[in-house]
Design a protein around this ligand. Structure first.
Ligand SMILES: [Zn+2]
Length: 367
C-alpha cells in the first residue's frame, strides 16, 4: 500500500514525558523493556516480569512480558499500535531473553493501540487469550483499512495545514466539524498503519476468545486474566490496560463514568503491588493511583450532573477540573469521556464512534 510521505515516523523516544506523570525512582520513564523486581517475586525463582513502557499520548501504549525459566517460555501481554513499534518490542524481548519461546499472547482489551501489531506474533504464539468482545473489535479494526484512511487524511491535512487556514479557523473556541475530521491526522500520522495486515490474513491465525469463569481465567501458575487486568507473580504485578493512565487523561470508550469509577474503587482496595498502566510509567499501589483515578471520575460525574442542557465546552470543562486533573496531559480528552458517558446513559447498547468523537474533540481543541 502507498504510504503518504511523512506518515509512520513515530518513535517513543521523541515523545515528551508528561509533567504530571508519577515516577517511581527505581523505574524511570524510559522507552523500552524494564525488568520489574518486586521483593515478593524473589521467592518465585521460575518467573521474571518485564514491562515495555512508552510515555506519550495517543496510541503510545504499554506492553508486558512474563517469562517462565522452567519452561523457557514467554507470555506477551498486549502488542503495540503498529507492526513497526511491535517489531521494536519483540527485538528487545529477544535481546533480554535470547532463545525463549513466545508461547502465549494475552490481551488486556482490544483497542487499536493494544492489538495493531498482532500479525507479527500470530504465527509464533500457540495461544491467544482475550475477553469476550475482543474478536469483534479485532475484526472491525482489521477490516477498516486504516492505512488508506490515514494516508488520505494525511494528504488532506498537508494541504490545509497552512497559515491561511490557521488564521481563518484557528482563532476561535472551535473549528468547523468538516475541518476537524481532517485535523485528526497528526494524532495518527506517527504510526505505520499501512503495514497492518487485512482481516483475511489475520483471521487465519489462532485467535481465541476466552470465556472467563467468575471474571477470571487461569492461564498458567503465574498468570491470571481477569475482566479488568492481567495479574502475575502471585498478584504482585498487574497489567491493567487502559483502566489506568499515568499523568495522561484517561479515556472511556465503553460504558459510563459510573463503570470507570466502580473499577477504580475496586482496585483501590486492599491490594499491594506494582501496576503497569495502559499508558505511562510503572506505578506502585503505595502511590494510590486508583484513588487519584477515582477522584477524577467523581469530578466528571459532578460536572456532568451540573451541566443542565448546555453543550460542554473546552474552556468550561478545563475550568471545572481541579489542577491535579487539569495538569494531566491532554486534559481536553475529558470532553470525550463526558460525551461517551452521555451516549451510554441515554442508550446503554450503543457503540461509541471513536473517530467521530476524536474529530469532535479536535473541533474543540484549536489548531
Ligand atoms: Zn490504550
Amino acid at each position: 500500500m502507498l504510504r503518504a510521505p511523512g506518515m509512520g515516523y513515530g518513535e517513543c523516544e521523541d515523545q515528551s514525558v508528561p509533567d504530571a506523570m508519577t515516577i517511581l525512582p527505581e523505574y524511570p520513564p524510559t522507552c523500552g523493556l524494564t525488568e520489574l523486581k518486586p521483593k515478593a517475586l524473589e521467592e518465585v525463582a521460575d518467573i521474571r516480569v518485564f514491562a515495555y513502557i512508552q510515555n506519550g499520548g495517543w496510541c503510545w501504549s504499554n506492553s508486558g512480558v512474563v517469562y517462565s525459566a522452567k519452561r523457557n517460555e514467554i507470555t506477551l501481554i498486549d502488542v503495540l499500535t503498529d507492526p513497526k513499534q511491535t517489531g521494536k518490542l519483540l527485538q528487545q524481548v529477544e535481546r533480554a531473553l535470547p532463545g525463549a519461546k513466545l508461547k502465549t499472547l494475552v490481551l488486556t482489551h482490544c483497542d487499536v493501540d493494544h492489538i495493531g501489531g498482532y500479525q507479527l506474533v500470530q504465527d509464533q504464539v500457540e495461544e491467544v487469550y482475550a475477553a469476550k468482545d475482543c474478536e469483534g473489535a479485532m475484526k472491525a479494526f482489521y477490516q477498516s483499512n486504516m492505512g488508506a484512511k490515514v494516508s488520505l487524511l494525511h494528504y488532506a491535512w498537508t494541504l490545509l495545514d497552512n497559515p491561511l487556514t490557521r488564521r481563518a479557523f484557528g482563532g476561535g473556541e472551535t473549528i468547523p466539524s468538516w475541518l476537524a475530521k481532517i485535523a485528526i491526522a497528526p494524532l495518527f500520522d506517527p504510526f505505520a498503519w499501512d503495514t497492518v495486515s487485512g482481516w483475511s490474513e489475520v483471521s487465519q491465525g489462532k485467535f481465541v476468545t476466552s470465556e472467563l469463569q467468575d471474571q477470571r481465567l487461569t492461564i498458567n501458575e503465574h498468570i491470571t486474566l481477569m475482566t479488568t487486568n492481567v495479574s502475575c507473580g502471585g498478584g504482585r504485578v498487574r497489567f491493567v490496560g487502559d483502566i489506568l493512565f499515568n499523568g495522561i487523561t484517561p479515556l472511556i470508550w465503553s460504558g459510563t463514568i459510573h463503570d470507570a469509577l466502580r473499577v477504580a474503587d475496586d482496585f483501590g482496595k486492599n491490594w499491594d503491588g506494582f501496576i503497569v498502566p495502559g499508558h505511562g510509567a510503572i506505578q506502585h499501589s503505595s502511590q494510590k493511583p486508583f484513588e487519584t483515578s477515582s477522584g477524577y471520575w467523581k469530578t466528571l460525574l459532578n460536572i456532568y450532573e451540573d451541566k443542565g442542557r448546555s453543550e460542554f465546552s473546552r474552556q468550561g470543562v478545563l475550568q471545572l477540573l481541579p489542577p491535579v486533573y487539569r495538569n494531566w496531559a491532554d486534559a481536553e480528552r475529558t470532553l470525550i469521556n463526558l460525551w461517551v458517558h452521555e451516549l451510554h446513559e441515554n442508550n446503554p447498547a450503543s457503540k461509541a464512534n471513536k473517530l467521530g468523537l476524536i474529530a469532535k474533540y479536535t473541533s474543540h481543541k484549536p489548531l
